[in-house]
Design a protein around this ligand. Structure first.
Ligand code: HEM
Length: 471
């Protein structure tokens, strides 16, 4: 039987650099590796709490450390200067690392999983709708959708903030980027996304993509969820083409986009980009918003200040400069920055060295897995005093400008930097302000524990009591 050309079954594109051979323990002998833990219980600790494990490695072994997982060499680099080398100045020495091959089975050749030369070609074609001038035009729609979403919240009732934020950010990305085309598929997309994300994210151990061929229901469901998403995305694109509608949203732009020499994206590339944006455009923002309301529960003084700011800023929602006003609102801005520091939705960026490269003056051999971690570097006490405390105040007086490159990178950096950073910053501010204008949320249970997968998400639904806003 011929292989189906779904992303799940598609081979790695020929134009990508080949994945180099891993460095197994045997091959590593004789290499000058940075220090690091070598014990056998390591894998268990890594699996149990990967961010905590990485932090402990930094604390015990320093800013660059090595260890073996699944017998393969990993180098973790934490110092801001090293982060900058991996993401910016020496980024050509790396491809995306562990976990991304599995993600490609769902997202195909979309921006997040793509490698050069395809990645940059798509990125150039897709930049326009994410330009700050265009993003600003989305502010009103983001506000209207937020209002509609919370109109059923009743004072005195309980809301599950996690799922609420997930469906709100999904509606926003679907509406703004793909118009109405996607509305009837919301449930199917969310269900399949849930299964796919769970399988992609469950673990970062290398080589697990091989297990996806095992004919057990757990793995079969992964393939059928990926295929279903692929079919929905293909149908959305086909229907738009057949209907001949020229809409000014991202899908419209992707269909029209041409490079300077007139080249365009194929339908299958457009459908992969559609899925990529749905996935990367809502889960991350939803998680950071859920953490925001949990953290704010510790700071009633901040809630009060936020409520006042909300009244002031949102009264200007009809202004031409509404987005600009939102971007300069100090309280919500500091809160969002601080939550992105402590609970960065993308908390680790796995890479693979495709050539020997010096990072922090240490020779990293071709084939090594390299990890940089927002979670760990954002907790460096040289730059963030009381690094575990939620202190939005620290972001006053242009604090961010005083940080060295690579010390704070919730959206990554270099050519793989988040395409939707301004979109997320605007959306986050609007949702926090509109909720704070109307309500005050209060945690019903203890502060949520983290359940880090590919995104740093809170465990459980994070139930909160809805109180009326108090100024
Ligand atoms: C608070 C919310 C968000 C955070 C913290 C975040 C963070 C990130 C990070 C760290 C990366 C780089 C990953 C890597 O280097 O391996 C990334 C990539 C990306 N993000 Fe976001 N993101 C957020 C929201 C969004 C939104 C709203 C969109 C779209 C609407 C989006 C679209 C993308 C895309 C397309 C990429 C791949 C870019 C490329 O490789 O060219 N993200 N994001």
């Amino acid at each position: 039987m011929a292989l189906r050309q779904t992303p799940f079954r598609s081979p790695r594109p020929d134009s990508y650099l080949p994945i180099p051979k891993p460095i197994h323990r045997g091959r590593a002998r004789g290499l000058q590796l940075p220090p690091g833990p070598r014990s056998l219980i390591l894998t268990l600790n890594f699996q149990k709490d990967t961010p905590g494990f990485l932090r402990q490695v930094r604390d015990e072994f320093g800013q660059i450390a090595s260890f073996f997982l699944g017998r393969e060499l990993f180098i973790a680099a934490f110092d801001p200067a090293m982060v900058n080398e991996v993401t910016v100045s020496k980024q050509k020495s790396f491809i995306k690392g562990v976990g991304f091959e599995r993600m490609r089975k769902v997202l195909g050749t979309g921006l997040l999983t793509n490698e050069e030369p395809i990645h940059l070609r798509h990125r150039r074609l897709m930049q326009a709708p994410f330009h700050i001038n265009r993003i600003s035009g989305y502010a009103r729609t983001m506000l209207d959708l937020t209002k509609k979403h919370i109109e059923n919240w009743k004072v005195g009732s309980h809301v599950e903030v996690g799922p609420e934020m997930m469906s709100l950010t999904f509606d926003i990305v679907a509406d703004i980027l793909f118009g109405t085309d996607i509305k009837s598929d919301t449930k199917a997309v969310q269900e399949s996304m849930h299964i796919a994300i769970d399988r992609i994210e469950r673990t970062m151990l290398p080589g697990l993509e091989i297990t996806d061929q095992i004919p057990l229901p757990y793995f079969k469901r992964f393939e059928s969820a990926a295929d279903r998403l692929h079919q929905i995305a293909r149908r959305i694109v086909d229907e738009r083409i057949k209907a001949g509608i020229n809409r000014d949203d991202l899908l419209g732009l992707l269909l029209e986009a041409r490079t300077n020499d007139g080249e365009k994206l194929t339908e299958s590339e457009i459908s992969d980009e559609t899925l990529t944006l749905i996935l990367s455009g809502h889960e991350t923002t939803a998680n950071v918003l859920t953490w925001t309301f949990a953290y704010l529960d510790q700071r009633p003084d901040l809630w009060r200040a936020l409520t006042q700011e909300a009244a002031e800023i949102l009264s200007q929602s009809e202004s031409q400069d509404f987005a600009k006003i939102l971007f300069t609102a100090p309280i919500v801005g500091s809160i969002f920055n601080e939550v992105l520091r402590l609970a960065p939705p993308v908390w680790v960026a796995p890479r693979r060295a495709v050539e020997d490269v010096l990072i922090g003056g240490i020779q990293i051999p071709k084939g090594a897995h390299v990890l940089i971690s927002q979670y760990v570097t954002h907790r460096d006490s040289r730059y963030f005093t009381s690094p575990d405390s939620f202190l939005p105040e620290r972001w006053g007086n242009d604090f961010e400008k005083t940080l060295p490159d690579g010390a704070y990178f919730p959206f990554g950096a270099g050519t793989r930097k988040c395409l939707g950073d301004q979109f997320a910053l605007l959306e986050g501010r609007i949702i926090i302000l509109e909720i704070a204008r109307r309500f005050k949320l209060q945690l019903v249970d203890d502060f949520p524990k983290a359940q880090p997968r590919a995104t740093y998400r809170p465990k459980g639904p994070v139930t909160m009591k809805v109180n009326g806003a108090q100024v």
